[in-house]
Every structure is written in structure tokens, then in C-alpha cells.
Design a protein around this ligand. Structure first.
Ligand SMILES: [Fe+2]
Length: 258
């Protein structure tokens, strides 16, 4: 009976996702956060929108961000120590690991050959492949030849593939035969939350909702970079269409391993 008198607590918009699985807030390794302080500020804002956990996915992209996995892992360990040290005084989400956002470009095969593809996993060990979930992105301007073959080859090697922000590539739309083919092959799609709020323009926004309506999208990500993105995320968390989407649609974010 006591429950009848309890007020319903409204959870923040992105609480159902639990985990953000796409961010660039490891400081000074790509075009994301430029300092520890900026990362902490961004993480505080992410927590207010409902994220309990954050996964870091720095760019691995040639020639702009030629990151190396061992260096990134070392920096991540240091960063986790700094986050822990600040937890007493700031309300921060938990760090739940690091992988990468690998661009399919001239340097990608080098990462494959040198075994540097950092991945993540589902919490349920019976789900997904041993090699894990690999977050990849494509050029945002020109379609590269052989994308389908590259994706297929990684699947054959035992990776589960997540394509980052498919709504942002100008050469794909909701009738794209290649996107349909990817879905038939069991490739996962991750839409950017900020796309849903119009941050990348009307076309990306329309496609983001269309792909979700098509049933193509398993993951949502912030693609968080800096305070400007965090402010935009805060704005997105008040968008009624996005609130409704989070209330009515299940995503896989919450099923990822910590
Ligand atoms: Fe990204």
C-alpha cells in the first residue's frame, strides 16, 4: 500500500540506455576533449541526462589521428585514475572501458594486421563473437570503394560490426541497398543522439528517425567530443520526440558488458 503514496520519480531521458558506447573524451588523442577538466565537465553533464556508464572510443584514423592501441590503453589507465580521484567531489558516470572508432581508410588494414582492433562485448557471454563488437565509421564525404568487402571480411574474421552514425553519410539513405545488405549480414547500426535533435542538420535528423523506424538501429551513442556537444546533449534530453523514443524503443546499450 505504501507504494500508492509514493510519487513517481521521473528518470532522466537517457537513463534507459544506462551506457554510452561512443565518445571522444579521452583528453588530447583526437578532436575530442582538450583537457582533463573538460572531460570531467562533460561527464558531469552526461550523468545529469541519465548515463550511468561511459565507454571511450577515440578515433583511429589516418592520417589525422594515427593512434596506437598500446598508447591509448596507457592513457586510459591514467585517465581512470584521475576520474576516480575526482569522484568524491563530483557526480561522474562510471568508466566502463575503452575501444575505438576505427575509420575504414588507408590505415585501417594496418590496424587489422597488427591486431590493434579494440572492441567491446555484450554482458551476456553467450551473445556475440569472442572477438567482440567493433565500432567502425566511414568517410563523411566520399564513399570508399570496397566498404562492403571490408565489413564482410571483418565478420569472417569473427568480429561483430557496429557502423557508427549511418545517418551521417551523404551517400546512404533509407533505401540504400548497401545498408539493407549490411542489415541482412547482421551488422549493427548506432545512431547519434544529437542527430535526432538536428545537430548535424535536417537530412541526418530525418534519416536517423527513418533508420530507427526501419528497425535497423540497435545502439544510440552520444559521439561526445566536448562541452559544446554536452550542451547539445542536454538540449536533446528535453526534445519531446526523443523522450518518447526512449520510452517506447529498446536499445542494446544497456546489454553491454561493464
Ligand atoms: Fe565518433
Amino acid at each position: 500500500m505504501f507504494g500508492l503514496f509514493k510519487k513517481n520519480k521521473v528518470l532522466p531521458t537517457f537513463a534507459p540506455l544506462v551506457t554510452d558506447m561512443h565518445s571522444h573524451i579521452l583528453p588530447l588523442v583526437d578532436d575530442g576533449s582538450k583537457s582533463l577538466e573538460e572531460s570531467l565537465e562533460v561527464m558531469e553533464i552526461m550523468k545529469t541526462t541519465g548515463f550511468q556508464q561511459v565507454r571511450l572510443t577515440p578515433h583511429f584514423q589516418h592520417p589525422r589521428f594515427p593512434n596506437q592501441a598500446d598508447d591509448i590503453l596507457k592513457r586510459y589507465q591514467n585517465f581512470c585514475g584521475e576520474v576516480e580521484a575526482n569522484k568524491g567531489s563530483r557526480d561522474l558516470p562510471t568508466m566502463c572501458g575503452i575501444s575505438g572508432e576505427f575509420r575504414v581508410d588507408d590505415g585501417f588494414q594496418g590496424y587489422v594486421d597488427s591486431n590493434q582492433l579494440l572492441t567491446f562485448h555484450f554482458a551476456d557471454p553467450k551473445r556475440g563473437s569472442d572477438k567482440g563488437l567493433l565500432l567502425i565509421e566511414f568517410s563523411l564525404s566520399q564513399r570508399r570503394m570496397g566498404l562492403d568487402e571490408t565489413v564482410f571480411n571483418r565478420q569472417m574474421e569473427g568480429y561483430d560490426i557496429i557502423i557508427a552514425h549511418p545517418e551521417r553519410y551523404p551517400y546512404f539513405d533509407s533505401h540504400s541497398s548497401m545498408l539493407e545488405q549490411f542489415k541482412e549480414q547482421g551488422v549493427y547500426f548506432q545512431v547519434n543522439i544529437l542527430s535526432l535533435d538536428g545537430f548535424y542538420g535536417e537530412v541526418a535528423q530525418r534519416r536517423a528517425f527513418e533508420y530507427i523506424e526501419n528497425g535497423w538501429v540497435e545502439f544510440l551513442g552520444t559521439d561526445m567530443h566536448n562541452v559544446m556537444y554536452a550542451t547539445a546533449l542536454k538540449h536533446a534530453s528535453t526534445n519531446k520526440k526523443i523522450i518518447k523514443l526512449l520510452e517506447t524503443t529498446e536499445f542494446e546499450n544497456k546489454n553491454l558488458a561493464k
